[in-house]
Write a protein that binds this ligand. Structure first.
Ligand code: ATP
Ligand code: MG
Length: 413
């Protein structure tokens, strides 16, 4: 991508109406643009990050048998009356449409997936079933001051599992937990993310959150001093003095961002929607359900909160909008020609590169490259041409290196 035509304008100053690090940096680097509190547009660079995160999630959901679907966002009140959530789910954004009929914008989809599954599940032979979607959710969040961490319109992956037995749900819950850790690892948050016991509801003692340690987090967790990656949410700490995983009593307190949340629903939703299957003996039984939420846009915000410096963003390679940022410095024809050539070679090799081909001072190009935060910076200048080489530098490191042209193409992949 040539930066001269990229739909973007980086800002030197922090936007006045943002206080969170993720919103400030992502706005300055033109990854997102705020329309109203908690409501953002994703610009070309930002959308590439979001899509990469979503695709990592897609791959890991497919790996545990998830089949992708897409449910509607306009949801009729009747479904919510069945579960008694129309009046009790505070975050619902309600509206009248089609001649005074009551609808809500989708905040979560148990009320849609349960009657949908009823059409697919007739007998034990149809189970288990795993369906997920990646979709925009709408919630009436009271405080929306944390940028992508708490949107009023935000992206969520929600997976729902359907089982014939509790044991089958329990086994799948373990598989989903492992898949979630793979996702956070691939997004660069693996070491910071803790499986965290939280309150469970009527069908199991605990639900589990995935909490990424960050000062920007709204949650407080107690990390077990004994387990590798287990914590307890402060909400249940008083009633949970010992670690549920190992029984240990020593904990370290930390602020964290809830990046995912998994739940054993049992028959909470299959009962109101009469979601039953015929077992091997021909007896009708309620389907046992689990649900598994994860927010790609919140995850993007969490990556920024945990990976940046004074100069700007620092993207892990797996989710960076482009892997390389090629800068042509100075206005000599030879530099421009060499940089163009390198750019075309990279494109021909299918290597992701953002090419700063604009006529701007070197200082400004360096500053913007640091702000945008692509993993690798490549510089072509009069100086590098004299050495018949290209300068390469990792965003997260200070050291620069000169690589000869042939060496360079072998290195870049
Ligand atoms: P929180 O306690 O932070 O409000 P929640 O318990 O309401 O989260 P869930 O309903 O379980 O969250 O949603 C599943 C996932 O969707 C969360 O783990 C998070 O990654 C994401 N998510 C939830 N609310 C938001 C939001 N307002 N903005 C961005 N992502 C969100
Ligand atoms: Mg919430």
């Amino acid at each position: 991508m040539r930066q001269s035509v990229l739909a973007t304008k980086t800002l030197r100053e922090a936007p006045k109406d943002e206080t969170s690090v993720n919103a400030i940096l992502l706005t300055r680097a033109a990854f997102i643009d705020k329309l109203a509190a908690g409501i953002y547009s994703f610009l070309p660079l930002g959308l590439r990050v979001l899509r990469k995160i979503e695709n990592i999630i897609r791959e890991e959901m497919a790996a545990i048998g998830g089949q992708e679907i897409l449910m509607p966002s306009l949801l009729p009140k009747e479904n919510w009356d069945k579960t008694d959530r129309w009046d009790h789910f505070d975050a619902l954004i309600k509206l009248k449409a089609f001649g005074e009929k009551d609808f809500t914008l989708g905040a979560t989809h148990e009320e849609v997936i349960s009657p949908l599954a009823k059409k697919m599940v007739l007998s034990y032979k149809d189970l288990p079933l795993y369906l997920f979607q990646i979709q925009t959710k709408f919630r009436n969040e009271a405080r929306a001051k944390s940028g992508l961490l708490r949107g009023r319109e935000f992206s969520m992956k929600d997976l729902y599992s359907f089982h014939a037995s509790q044991e089958d749900l329990d086994a799948y819950y373990q598989q989903a937990t492992a898949a979630y850790f793979k996702i956070f690892e691939r997004c660069g948050l693996g070491e910071k993310t803790y499986l965290t016991a939280a309150s469970g509801g009527s069908f199991s003692k605990y639900s589990h959150e995935f909490q990424a340690v960050s000062g920007a987090g709204e949650d407080t967790i107690f990390i077990c001093d004994n387990c590798a990656n287990f914590a307890i949410n402060k909400e249940i700490k008083a009633e949970t003095p010992a670690c549920p995983a190992c029984g240990g009593m020593g904990f370290s307190e930390a602020k964290a961002i809830e990046v995912g949340n998994i739940f054993k629903l049992g028959t909470k939703y299959s009962e109101p929607f009469d979601l039953k299957f015929k077992d091997q003996n021909g007896q009708e039984q309620f389907v046992i359900m689990g649900c598994y939420g994860l927010g790609p846009s919140r995850l993007m915000g969490a990556i920024v909160e945990t990976s940046h410096d004074e100069q700007g963003l620092i993207w892990p390679e797996s989710v960076a909008p482009y892997k390389y940022h090629l800068l042509a410095l100075g206005d000599e024809e030879a530099v421009k020609k060499a940089a163009d050539e390198l750019y075309n070679k990279l494109i021909a090799e299918n290597i992701e590169v953002l090419y700063d081909d604009r006529a701007l001072p070197a200082g400004q190009k360096f500053a913007e490259a640091d702000l945008i935060g692509l993993p690798w910076r490549l510089v072509v200048s009069e100086k590098t041409l004299k050495e018949n080489s290209v300068e390469i530098k990792k965003r997260a490191e200070k050291e620069t290196k000169l690589l000869g042209k042939n060496e360079l193409l072998a290195t870049l992949k």
